[in-house]
Design a protein. Structure first.
Length: 298
């Protein structure tokens, strides 16, 4: 049996609409105003949720790493950069209130357990695990203890590492995302058929977290069985920031959601029926064998 996962009022799994996540991540560049613009774009496009990233900078990085000279948007050191990209409690209160006013869910990829506790203050409906955290057992067990859905990205991970993480978390409340951790990802390294492999081996919903330029791989992932699609978004790919180039601008995001919904419509439910629209055509064109009734009664 393949499990379904309930996130807020949305069910993720087979025979349900694709759960589409617009990842704002750190593309807000430390600005709530810019974050709100991206939330608006996600709402306009018809996304189901937006996602942020959260780090406790002094926990994730060593003092030596933070003190490295690195001229950037916020100052001259790596510390200036990492702190400049983080939003604090007041900013997330504003984001939480804004998302509720726009009727869109939000959650975050946390990079340490303190950040999980921080984000939990806002009663988010689920937690995302960045690919970098897949082998951190302590972190995974922390998320499991919360009893909320866990969305697990699998970039730069072996199948044995993925199996270990899935065994640790359990399949009942898990969505497993195929992912390649390069920004942007070249088409020859996307390997969408991994989605089919995940669906054969694991009994949880499977998603796709894409970092490619363009839309085609993300749309094709739904045809291969992805129950969720996540893409980075931005207001402008020329903005400062490491993730901007692999992000979708507003028009691209709208096209992505539109095309995913069209793919779902075209795929249908797999039940063969004669549609009402076919009946006049059937009456006009259908040619049956004169002996068909006799043959059918044999």
């Amino acid at each position: 049996m393949r499990y379904e996962v309930k996130i807020g009022n949305i069910t993720v799994g087979d025979n349900h609409p694709c759960f589409i996540v617009a990842e704002i991540g750190i593309n807000h560049n430390g600005s709530v105003k810019l974050a709100k613009k991206m939330i608006d774009e996600a709402v306009t496009a018809g996304c189901d949720a937006v996602k942020f990233q959260k780090r406790t900078v002094t926990k994730v990085y060593t003092p030596e790493e933070l003190d490295v000279y690195r001229p950037n948007y916020y100052g001259s050191t790596n510390r200036d950069l990492k702190l400049g990209l983080e939003l604090g409690y007041d900013e997330y209160c504003e984001i939480d209130k804004y998302c509720k006013s726009k009727d869109i869910m939000w959650f975050a990829s946390c990079w340490d357990t303190d950040s999980v506790d921080f984000i939990e203050q806002f009663d988010v409906p689920c937690h995302k695990v960045a690919s970098a955290m897949l082998t951190n057992d302590e972190f995974l067990l922390k998320l499991k203890s919360l009893g909320k859905p866990v969305l697990l990205s699998t970039g730069m991970s072996t199948m044995d590492e993925i199996r270990h993480a899935v065994n640790l978390l359990g399949e009942e409340n898990l969505i497993l995302y195929h992912c390649t951790s390069t920004y942007p990802t070249e088409h020859n390294e996307i390997n969408l058929r991994v989605i089919e492999k995940f669906r054969k081996e694991f009994n949880c919903p499977v998603g796709y977290s894409g970092h490619e330029k363009g839309l085609l791989p993300s749309i094709l992932s739904v045809e291969l069985g992805a129950n969720s699609v996540e893409r980075h978004i931005t207001t402008d790919r020329t903005l400062w920031g490491s993730d901007q180039a692999a992000s979708l601008e507003p028009e691209g995001l709208r096209r992505l959601v539109r095309d995913i919904r069209e793919v779902e419509t075209v795929l249908g439910d797999g039940i063969k029926v004669v549609y009402d629209s076919e009946l006049p055509v059937k009456k006009k064109l259908r040619k049956s064998s004169p002996n068909r009734a006799v043959i059918q009664n044999v």
